[in-house]
Each structure stands twice: as structure tokens, then as C-alpha cells.
Design a protein around this ligand. Sequence first.
Ligand code: 3JN
Length: 335
Amino acid sequence: MKKYNVAIVGTGAVGQELLNVLAERNFPINQLKLLATERSAGKEVQFLGETHIIRKTTPQEFAGVDIALFAGGGASKEYAKEAVKRGAVVVDNGSSFRMDPEVPLVVPEVNPEAVREHKGIIANPNCSTIQMVVALNPIHQKAKIKRVVVSTYQAVSGSGVDAIEELKTQSKDILADQEIVKKCYPHQIAYNMLPHIDVFLENDYSKEEMKMVNETKKIMGSEEIKVTATTVRVPVANGHSESINIETEKKLSAKEAKEILAKAPGIILEDDPMKNIYPMPINVQGRDEVFVGRIRDDHSIDNGLNMWVVADNLRKGAATNTIQIAELLVKESLV
Ligand code: 3JN
């Protein structure tokens, strides 16, 4: 089997998870290169029993790289095109190229064929969008979704490793009656919730909310689907949860929806509320699937459903989806 020279750009929470997923899935790597900012350059990282030294990202570092996986943040804006110029195919976990019409935005369970249109860059959607569309698509295929109303409960790991520390430290300080320190968020996150993810826009929505609206339409290939979102940061370390209300064109009962979702790719149905069985963030750590439960008929409209969707935002929401895209590129000889 052909093996590939892979570069990972970014060594934070998502970069680390990219390494875990590459190793677990036995991705065919020839050489691995770890790139990051000046701050992390020189640090050692273990991968499959070998020590790798992180190098500072520069355009020249991409010479000879077949696949460049950008963990997120601003690096792709500066370096993705430089990587492509030097012959690499880029899978970007950041938002810089997601809405570019020349760039496929791919969730392999939903629109794997889009990867064939790539011109060097493929975008990985926002974590909240990924887990939602995995759950929406099987319902859309059967009953055509007209409208989605989603509220998210997003873990602090979505803000990076420093935010996980901040949640722990604030929790300890509050229990010890000490003053808390705020660095990652404008307010206390322990014992609190912030209806605020990413920056606010002119239209009063947060950027995270508009990512969910716009990316969902692009991935599902339908400008007609109406989406409205409220995104909330909650004091959970890892694992995003979503309450999703769906209106469909055709009638689909909760019972039928459960049957469809139980068989759908990448989904685990956990729906037996009488036995206290429903998806929870503590149960999805390190898992690559999207967990769906609390599926109910919405009796307030003719064709409505409610459901609760939970996934590991660092895995399916970021690293796993990125590697699945890379696997598609390999499988279809697109790299
Ligand atoms: O906050 C979360 O739970 C998800 C965060 C995503 C994120 C954080 C910083 C920059 C993104 C993203 O993936 O949309 C970006 C970005 O690339 O815009």
C-alpha cells in the first residue's frame, strides 16, 4: 500500500487528537512532520514509539508533504495555499475556507462525493455542525427537512487546552471560597453557562451560530433548509450536546426516525429514557460516533421531531472527521 508524507500543523488539543486518531486508524504514513508556531517549536512529541520534534511552520516545510492536516486557528490562512503550491493536499479544520465555493466542505457520512471536487484544499466543518448534520442527513433523505432549530451545550475543550484548565481551576477555587481568575472567557465558566461562542456579529448572532446555519446548507447541498441556532458554552470539559428541533416536508414519526437513525452510518442510538438511557458527554469521550437519543414527536407542528445529539467535539467534531477526509482522499486516489 502506498504511504504518504503527512504534516500536522498545530499541536494543541486538536493536533494531539489528530495524532491519536492517525495512530489508531493505522493511517498509511511514510514520514510525519509536526509543525506549529514559534512558541511550540523544539518541543518533543511521541508518536508510535518515535520522538518527533515540532518545527516552526514556514512555507518551505511543506516541500515533499503529500497531505497537510491543519488543526485549526489562523495557520491555514497563512500557510494552506503555500502547502498546495508545493504539492500537498490540505485538510483544514479551521473556518478560513469553509464557505469558499472552490473548497469542498465534507462530512464523510453526508457528502463524501464532494471531496472529488477539491482543488488542493478540503475544509473540515465546525464541530457543532458536524455532529448535527450526521444526525440530520438520514432524516433529510427520508422526509426532506424544511427547518431546524438548534441549541448547543458546548464543552470548554472547544476553546482549547487552556480552557479545560480554567474550568478545573475555577471549580476548585469556588469550592475553596477563593477568588476566581478569568482568562479564556469574559465571565466565570465554572457553575455557569455563557450564551456566547466565538465573536458576536452585526446581526446579533454569534459567529458560531452563523457557522452552523451556513455550513449546514453547504454540506447538505440545500439552500432551502432553514436553520436557526443558539450556541452556549457550558461547564463540561469535553463533549458537545445539542437539542435539535426538526420540521420535515413529509411525515416521519419518532418511531420511524429511531429506526432510520439506528441504521445510519456513524450514529449510535441511545434512546431508552424509561431506563435512563440517553446520550451524555461523559459517555462519548474518545468515541468517533455521534450519539442520538430523546427522539420525540413534536406535537406543536404537523411534521416535527425533537432529538438530543452528543459527540466528542475533539474527535468526530475535529480530528476524526479530518482523518476520515484524508482516508477518502487515499481511497479515491485524490492525493
Ligand atoms: O468553541 C467551540 O466549541 C468550537 C470552536 C471552534 C473554533 C475555535 C476557534 C477558531 C473555530 C472553528 O472551528 O470554527 C475557529 C475557526 O476556525 O474559526
